[in-house]
Design a binder for this molecule. Structure first.
Ligand SMILES: [Zn+2]
Ligand SMILES: [Zn+2]
Length: 172
């Protein structure tokens, strides 16, 4: 996803809308498409970028392991500092750099946001995916999916410490 600085400079300080999609390779070899809606403005040697991205992902529910689709959304607001000089393809081959871990900087007449959004996506992946917020999960005894079936299992809440005590008593 690329922004041309000359487009933004037509009217400094004004936000222009851009839409784009970025193909992501997720670790299991599957692809997902990040849909990005943003507004960008050029002002005082920096590009301001704000908007929202979303992506539909397939995954297994953390509780019941059912395959489910979920939508991940994220808002962003970022500043990219436009340094003087021509783009240095070696150093800036991704279009931007993080300087001292604080601000993104770039050179040249093109701001490539692909890597920025790729990283933004990988940093916001949820640790837990749920097929529904009140997913009942699997019965730990018989393994049925409790969202769909009721089972008669009694869940014994055995504290493993008691096992140790029982063993010790047996040994005495
Ligand atoms: Zn579930
Ligand atoms: Zn059960």
């Amino acid at each position: 996803m690329r922004l041309y600085i000359s487009d933004l400079k037509k009217e400094e300080g004004k936000f222009f809308p851009f839409n784009g999609s970025i193909k992501l390779e997720i670790n299991n070899g599957k692809n997902a498409v990040l849909d990005v809606k943003l507004q960008a403005a050029y002002t005082a040697n920096r590009v301001l970028v704000k908007g929202e991205w979303q992506v539909d992902l397939e995954g297994g529910c953390s509780r019941c392991l059912e395959k489910s689709t979920y939508r991940l959304k994220e808002n962003f607001y970022e500043e990219f500092i436009h340094l003087k000089g021509p783009a240095e393809m070696k150093e800036f081959d991704r279009g931007l750099e993080l300087e001292k871990g604080e601000k993104f900087v770039f050179k040249g007449e093109l701001l490539d946001l692909t890597e920025y959004f790729r990283q933004s996506f990988f940093m916001s992946q949820p640790l837990k995916i749920l097929c529904q917020n009140d997913c009942q999960g699997l019965c730990p005894v018989c393994g049925v999916n409790k969202n769909r079936e009721q089972c008669q299992c009694v869940q014994e809440s055995v504290n493993p410490r008691w096992d140790v005590l029982e063993k010790m008593r047996g040994n005495l």
